[in-house]
Every structure is written in structure tokens, then in C-alpha cells.
Design a protein around this ligand. Sequence first.
Ligand code: ADP
Ligand code: MG
Length: 238
Amino acid sequence: MIRVKNLYNRYQTKESTIEVLNDISIQCEKNEFVSIIGPSGCGKSTLFKIIAGIINDYEGQIEVQGSIIYMHQNDNLMPWRTIYRNIMLPYEIKKTDPDGTFINQLIKEFELDGFMELYPHQLSGGMKKRASLLRAYLTDCDIMLLDEPFGSLDALTKQNMYKWLLDIWSKHKKTVLFITHDIEEAIYLSDRIYVMGKRPATIVDEINIEFKRPRNSDMLLGQQYLEYKKRLMESLAK
Ligand code: ADP
Ligand code: MG
């Protein structure tokens, strides 16, 4: 679904040139859940912006089969719109009418029932993320690029969001490319993890996570988890 080959990118500032991506190659198959983990500032968001077509200044090959939605790091709900009017934005843009029954079912599934007439500032962090994910979801896409969607949430909320995201992902058969800097999160969610090194970043490791699905949090207590974690920590330190 996504193939990135020998990707190079740099930013030009007034004083200097910052080399960001230095020969990145990754791929993500249909219905796969792939994470990219790497230190802050290494170029993860830049990689997503290139895949999403927001940055066009790069060298290398990008091949994407299917439609993409890119949910960037800061949830981008419009503060002046109610949650309902935020999540209906994809329909306004497409100028089509939503199927009411379908929308109502999804609102329940995304646990946003009863909050539709509120404004973003009236919702908890987790709810805002879910609203933002629902809007992304309604954008009719095959591939979701999620850039640290749970970065600012507390540990307990995160655990709930993981269960919920995996549920949605398996039920609706999406392909997910997921950015995180959280090792536990990457292991818990992914089929495969790419590790990006420090800037100028290349891929320093690729790990298949063999835990069976559905995942459960007990998997994070065993020997296998510790082995994955150790390897990721070593790769991140490279
Ligand atoms: P990450 O998402 O991994 O934290 P980013 O992709 O946001 O990293 O940024 C990678 C590097 O590129 C950082 O060092 C950042 O300072 C630099 N950078 C990002 N955007 C710009 C820009 N528009 N102009 C100049 N430098 C930038
Ligand atoms: Mg980023």
C-alpha cells in the first residue's frame, strides 16, 4: 500500500541546510499496522508529510495505493465548531449527505455519544483525540497516517485508546502507519516497527511483533515483551 524508497529530504534555513531524512526505505502492506519510532526531531513528521503529499521537496520514490488521511500531531479540531460540525467536515467538503444511521453508530463506537453539541474545549484530551480520529475516519480513506495521536494523554487513557483503536482498525480493515516515541505503545499496537535513528535519519532497525491478536495488556508483562523492549532501546541508542 505504501512504498518509500531511498528517500532524502533537507530543510533550507537562512543560515544553513538541515539534512533530515537520509536514505529512508519503508513499506506498509494492506491492512497492516506499522509503527515508526524514533527520537524527537529525527524527521518522523517530515516523513509523514512527504507521504501525504504536503511536502514535495524530496529525492526518492514514494508509491501509495489508495486514499490517505493524515492526522497530524496536534489534534486539529476547529475550536469554533461543535464536535458534530467538526466531524461532519468531510461531508461538507465532499458536498454529500451523511448516512444518519451509519454516523450515529460510529459516534457510539467512538464513544462520543452525547457530546456532539459541545465545543472542543469542553472535551477531555482523550475525547478530542477520538473526535479527531472519527473525522479522519469519515474522510473515506484506505490508509491512516497517525502522527503521535496519543502523545499528550495520561497512561490510563492511553490504554483505553489502544484497545479502542485496535478494535476499529480490525473491524474496519484500515491500513495504519503510526508514529510514536513510546516503546510500549509501539510494541502493543504494531505488526511491525521501524526504528529511525538520529537526524539525519535512516532506518536503523525493523522488528516484527509476533504477539497474536487481539492483543491484551498481559502481553506487556512477559519475557517476549522485555526482549522486544530491550532490542528497541538498543536500536534507539544507536
Ligand atoms: P519529529 O517528528 O521526528 O520530531 P520533524 O520531522 O518534525 O521531527 O523535524 C525533523 C527536523 O527538521 C527537526 O530537526 C526540525 O527542527 C526540522 N524542521 C522541521 N520542519 C522544519 C521547517 N519547516 N524548516 C526548517 N526545519 C524544519
Ligand atoms: Mg513529529
